[in-house]
Design a protein around this ligand. Structure first.
Ligand SMILES: C[S@@+](CC[C@H](N)C(=O)[O-])C[C@H]1O[C@@H](n2cnc3c(N)ncnc32)[C@H](O)[C@@H]1O
Length: 403
């Protein structure tokens, strides 16, 4: 169905940018890849770190609590997760809160979880996971005209809300979390040919081999080329994601004015890589222009572009590798504790999960962690994200003198 929609659009209006093609393939309301199916795990097309082991989400939860405490636990803490998948990471993070604050009665007032999710199917799965029960009418927003489209009480106490875009989430002190979200945002592709830059476009292909689409190069300078390309880049392919720039700019501004911090974890580079646009289907690399809507389309995140978008509104740290982040946060210690009371089968799963997450040959080095922080006195060392032991204690502001 999507093939026909895209073909007639191209025939009427001319070739599409890769960004327009990617957006439709992933999030077209009728036939977008993410909209109506569970795409994760062995039966899906790919597996993400939160799905590999609960240790991953627990560690992110502990890190977030630690950072929140460094800011003096402003309440409420809004956790804003972009692209929460099956809701596994949210579930593991919320599970950590009662472990760290076992005597805290008002956890539900202290923490609010906001999901930014475009997929009706995945939002249903997330609600089921977090509430611990089948979706029902009670998940409809209780307030008319609310910016969220769904709400539920999580089994851990805090209320959870769902939005379609990040700008709909209410303001306030926030922890922004995006795990494998930015790589799914639409990119524009540019290619250098005979000393001239061109935007790469997607056109119909009516050739004899039965393919429906092919890449072509723009004849004219496109609007995005004018806005996005800098002179002097030495690469011959460049991929840029303006949507990511806008989201990060807004995130950084909110962190600056309302307080908070963010963690963006994804595969990516620091502005040195060119061609990375690809598709995954059934855990294998797939051709992005084939059978649109049936495979995950993705491109490496350019962290240098995100840093540039954040500007000097916030302190940026990293990116560092997933392996370093998890090691700095003590994943070995957590593994040892869990192994003590585990059955033989669970021990095997724990060790294999630990290896997959941290092994440089598997996910350890491919995935990078990038942090933005509201500027505060007890600043990190500029070498990247460091372990909590290297933080200085919170410096509390002095009360004004008594009258
Ligand atoms: C690759 S999955 C990552 C899922 C999860 N974070 C994980 O690591 O398991 C991308 C997620 O982002 C969501 N998503 C993709 N594009 C989106 C958009 N434009 N707005 C909101 N959510 C989007 C998808 O529905 C999915 O939940």
């Amino acid at each position: 169905a999507l093939t026909e929609v895209l073909r007639s659009r191209i025939k009427m209006k001319g070739p599409l940018t890769v960004a327009d093609y990617m957006r439709d393939c992933l999030t077209n309301p009728m036939a977008g890849y993410y909209m109506h199916r569970d795409v994760f795990g062995t039966k899906g097309d790919f597996t993400t770190s939160p799905e590999i082991s609960g240790m991953f989400g627990e560690i992110i939860g502990v890190w977030a609590i630690y950072e929140w405490m460094q800011f003096g636990c402003p309440s409420p803490l809004n956790i804003i997760e972009l692209g929460p998948g099956r809701g596994t990471l949210a579930d593991d993070i919320l599970r950590v809160f009662p472990m760290v604050f076992p005597k805290m009665k008002d956890l539900d007032k202290l923490v609010r979880y906001h999901m930014v999710e475009i997929s009706p199917k995945l939002s249903e799965m997330q609600a089921e996971k977090l509430s611990g029960r089948k979706p029902d009418e009670s998940e409809k927003p209780k307030v008319e005209g609310a910016p969220f489209y769904k709400q539920c009480k999580s089994k851990y106490g805090p209320e959870v809300f769902w939005y379609r875009t990040p700008d709909q989430v209410p303001r306030g002190f926030s922890f922004f979390l995006a795990h494998e979200f930015f790589d799914a945002l639409p990119i524009h592709k540019f290619q250098l040919r005979d000393g001239e830059w061109h935007e790469v476009l997607v056109d119909v292909d009516d050739g004899p081999d039965g393919d429906h689409f092919r890449y072509v190069l723009s004849r004219e300078v496109t609007p995005m080329q004018k806005v996005l390309l800098n002179d002097g880049d030495e690469r011959d392919h460049i991929e840029l994601c303006p949507d990511a720039g806008v989201i990060v700019q807004d995130m950084a501004q909110r962190i600056k004015t309302d307080g908070g911090f963010s963690l963006i974890a994804d595969y990516g580079h620091s502005g040195e890589k060119g061609h990375s646009f690809r598709a995954f289907r059934d855990h294998k690399i797939f051709e992005p222009l084939q059978e649109p809507g049936t495979a995950d389309l993705t491109a490496d995140v350019d962290f240098s572009f995100l840093k540039e978008a954040a500007g000097n509104r916030v302190a940026c740290h990293g990116p560092i590798t997933q392996r370093d982040f998890l090691h700095n946060m003590g994943i070995e210690l957590r593994l040892q504790i869990l192994l003590k009371n585990a059955s033989e089968k669970d021990q095997h799963d724990l060790i294999s999960g630990y290896d997959t997450l941290t092994n440089p040959e598997i996910m350890g080095e491919r995935f990078k962690f990038f942090v933005m922080m509201q500027n505060r006195k007890n600043e990190y060392t500029p070498t990247g994200i460091v372990s909590p032991t290297e933080h200085k204690p919170l410096v509390k502001s002095k009360k004004p003198p008594q009258q």
